[in-house]
Design a protein around this ligand. Structure first.
Ligand code: URA
Length: 241
């Protein structure tokens, strides 16, 4: 791979900016200053900028605690997008969100540039669980939730996959629940709860498969997935690690 491509892919700068760094003699490959975009082997060669080792990565994976008010898209005409929250990341232009959360939904969102990974996490075939914490109107009755785990329920023209509801708190006018679904259909949780007579007041995704939202992240904050988190997620969707 050409050195300028290597460095611009991982977000060091545009190809032009990278060439400038090279001309200035700031880049070394295996200890030798290189002023032209030579070919490098990302597996073997050691690339440094001003003495700092610059590791190559093809793919990037982040978890974001999505706040309300941001749309899950890469571009938009007026409203801010989730990518606006990662503007400090050099690779932000390459990222896209995995699946979608509504503008007023908070919580766990994965961002990556790995298309196969994103596809598998979101594709219904893999039935990856998505767990949400929700505050809903009315008293959700604990003993009525069992049948959904076997049969799902009918929405207009559509029967959901089986899902489960755990009631955390039930008061007369509102309840707190955890609801786990295995699909990413548009407004799925809101539609299910509306159908059950408990419109959603607040919704937050807390888990995707075996990846749990890092509760130390405040809404709007993000971090890279750890090696372990990524390993386990890839294992879940049968991708090579
Ligand atoms: N279900 C919804 O209704 N909204 C979301 O944002 C996610 C799941």
């Amino acid at each position: 791979m050409r050195l300028d491509k290597y460095l611009s892919h991982i977000g060091i700068g545009t190809r032009r900016e990278v060439k400038k760094l090279l001309k200035e003699g700031l880049v070394t490959v295996n200890g030798e200053v290189v002023k032209r975009p030579v070919h490098v082997d990302p597996e073997k060669d050691i690339v440094e900028i001003e003495g700092e080792i610059i590791e190559y990565r093809e793919y990037f994976y982040y978890m974001l605690n999505k706040p309300q008010g941001y749309i899950t898209a890469t571009k938009s005409k007026g409203q801010p997008t989730v990518l606006d929250l990662l503007y400090e990341e050099p690779v932000v232009d390459k990222l896209f969100p995995v699946g979608r959360l509504d503008i007023d939904t908070e919580g766990l969102l994965i961002l990556t540039n790995d298309g196969q990974f994103a596809h598998r996490i979101s594709h219904p075939k893999w039935e990856i669980e998505k767990e949400y914490y929700a505050v809903v109107k009315g008293k959700v009755e604990k003993d009525k939730t069992e049948t959904f785990e076997k049969e799902g329920i009918d929405l207009e023209n559509y029967r959901t996959k089986p899902f489960s509801i755990e009631v955390i708190k039930d008061e007369d006018d509102r309840s707190e629940i955890n609801i786990t679904v295995k699909e990413g259909k548009y407004h799925i949780v809101k539609r299910i709860m509306e159908k059950l007579g408990h419109p959603v007041i607040y919704l937050k995704r807390v888990r995707i498969g075996n990846l749990v939202l890092d509760e130390t992240l405040k809404p709007g904050e993000y971090r890279k997935l750890s090696e372990e988190e990524l390993y386990k997620l890839k294992e879940l969707v049968k991708m090579k690690n």
